[in-house]
Design a protein around this ligand. Structure first.
Ligand code: FAD
Ligand code: SF4
Ligand code: SF4
Length: 468
């Protein structure tokens, strides 16, 4: 039997149809497709794919179980190291991680590892996992987790399973971090996937307190000294949007991607007035940036009714940092990419509303410190893109509140918490940190992996503390 050089395609909504709705774009493999894709895996002894996965999922082992139809074993194998496979199967940048190292990628397309992981996780979830509540010891030690993104969720799950009483404090009104407020419904369904994972934690006995802003509601010191927590994990993420610093950024119709996506995902503005939060997009929208956040902004704008949605990116297509699948889907949906283009001002009318984005064209020079070729302005290339809305998606920095209100917690010069890479140990005894608040904006699987490492370190710390 000859091996197909291409992945089995995953069924998807038609681009023209999906660009007008918020339902998930990719529909997932059927059993037949999953088995056919699993059959492409060569079961390599050295499993080079594993070294590309930040948490080292045993990829050939779970794929073998898919091929043989042993789905209970397949999900157990994945969950040994990955507590959020339905999420990672959907949003990991696989082409830069596991699939990059698949031997098949040398001659054709890698095995669809992410697609198979998603299939296994969805199958397990649809079957209904039975989760037994933990029987806590009366003297169980207490751990506070600040932030409910993938880092916080991973810490909470691992520590609850070890018998610690875990309370998650989340500033927003729903838990999930970027999985809820950032990544759109059409890439990651909220009720069907994210909230199911969170409810599984609740079933274990994890308490989740929402609308609790640590640094304001309680400080970290109060949690430890007055509220009786034996250890604290900080996973507050990178939610502070950067702006360009060009004239006109304060005009009506300019959003940070963070605000735009939060209104849409968390507040469900696309269901206004049924849901109370409105959102204004107008007919033409420019999104500045080239990462996943920018793609999400541009594709969301289309779904909200924009006729034209531009991506304005100062480098070329080859440098786009977004996942390949998102770029591909964005193109299919008709997003207009303005490459080698940099904004110089936002232009408005006399009433203070956006009417355009003034830009210049760029060319690429020598590589800069990031290794990517530096964009250089082409003289006299100025032009105006007529738009009603501008969304800025050029990156996010660390949420600063916890750092500024916690005694003895060291940060680096970007304001990220200084924590040990392998353990999450910070400068403050009993306080651990991980995810984007430590690394800067990164990925779901890296945040989740950091949470798992910190959970192991917190367990050791608390065992020692108890033995004293
Ligand atoms: P977060 O997910 O940011 O969660 C932090 C939580 O802490 C938030 O809920 C926040 O409200 C809460 N918090 C903050 N301060 C406080 C406080 N003082 N008190 C209480 N709670 C607080 N990664 C991928 O791998 N693939 C993708 O496709 C992808 N797409 C993305 C799209 C968007 C729009 C964004 C914004 C990010 C995307 N990422 C993607 C990145 C990924 O989501 C993050 O790297 C990951 O969520 C970081 O996890 P975290 O747990 O560190 O923080
Ligand atoms: Fe690949 Fe992400 Fe799954 Fe690891 S967790 S195997 S990187 S899809
Ligand atoms: Fe299978 Fe590719 Fe991993 Fe080999 S490298 S075990 S073919 S997924």
């Amino acid at each position: 039997m000859s091996l197909s050089l291409n992945k089995n395609p995953m069924p998807e909504q038609e681009p023209k149809v999906r660009a007008k709705n918020f339902a998930e774009v990719s529909l997932g493999y059927t059993e037949e497709l999953a088995k056919a894709e699993a059959a492409r895996c060569l079961q390599c002894k050295a499993a080079p794919c594993r070294k590309g996965c930040p948490v080292q999922v045993d990829i050939p082992a779970f794929i073998k179980e898919v091929k043989e139809g042993n789905m209970d074993v397949a999900i157990a194998k994945i969950k040994e190291v990955n507590s959020l496979p339905a999420v990672c199967g959907r949003v990991c940048p696989q082409e830069e991680q596991c699939e990059k190292y698949c031997v098949l990628a040398k001659r054709g397309e890698a095995v669809g590892i992410g697609r198979l992981e998603r299939y296994v996780a969805d199958t397990a979830r649809n079957k209904g996992e039975s989760i037994a509540a933990i029987d806590y010891a009366p003297d169980a030690q207490k751990v506070a987790v600040i932030g409910s993104g993938p880092a916080g969720l991973a810490v909470a799950g691992d520590l609850a399973k070890k018998g610690y009483k875990v309370t998650i404090f989340e500033a927003l009104h729903l838990p999930g971090g970027v999985l809820m407020y950032g990544i759109p419904e059409f890439r990651l369904p909220k009720d069907e996937v994210v909230q199911v994972e969170i409810n599984n934690l609740r079933k274990l006995g994890v308490e989740i307190v929402v609308n609790a802003v640590i640094g304001s509601t309680f400080t970290v010191d109060e949690l430890m000294e007055e509220e009786g927590f034996d250890a604290v994990f900080i996973g507050t993420g990178a939610g502070l949007p950067y702006f360009m610093g060009v004239p006109g950024e304060n005009l009506n119709g300019v959003y940070s991607a963070n605000e735009f996506l939060t209104r849409c995902n968390l507040m469900k503005a696309y269901r206004f007035p049924e849901c109370g939060t409105p959102i204004h997009v107008g007919k033409k929208v420019a999104v500045v940036g080239g990462g996943n956040v920018a793609m999400d902004g541009a594709r969301t704008a289309l779904r909200l009714g924009a006729d034209r949605s531009y991506i304005v990116y100062r480098r070329s297509e080859a440098e786009l940092p977004a996942r390949l699948e998102e770029i591909h889907h964005a193109k299919e949906e008709g997003i207009d990419f303005q490459f080698l283009t940099a904004p110089t001002a936002v232009i408005g009318n006399k009433d203070g509303w956006v009417t355009g984005l003034q830009c210049v064209r760029m060319e690429l020079g020598e590589p800069d410190a990031s290794g990517r070729r530096r964009p250089i302005e082409i003289p006299n290339s100025e032009f105006v893109l007529e738009v009603d809305t501008v969304i800025i998606a050029i990156g996010q920095g660390p949420n600063p509140l916890v750092q500024s209100t916690t005694k003895g917690l060291d940060t680096n010069k970007k304001g990220n918490i200084a924590a040990h890479e392998e353990t999450g140990v910070t400068s403050k005894p009993g306080v651990f940190a991980g995810g984007d608040i430590v690394t800067g904006a990164a990925t779901v699987i890296l945040a989740m992996g950091a949470g798992k490492k910190a959970a192991a370190a917190i367990d050791s710390y608390l065992q020692e503390k108890k033995a004293k």
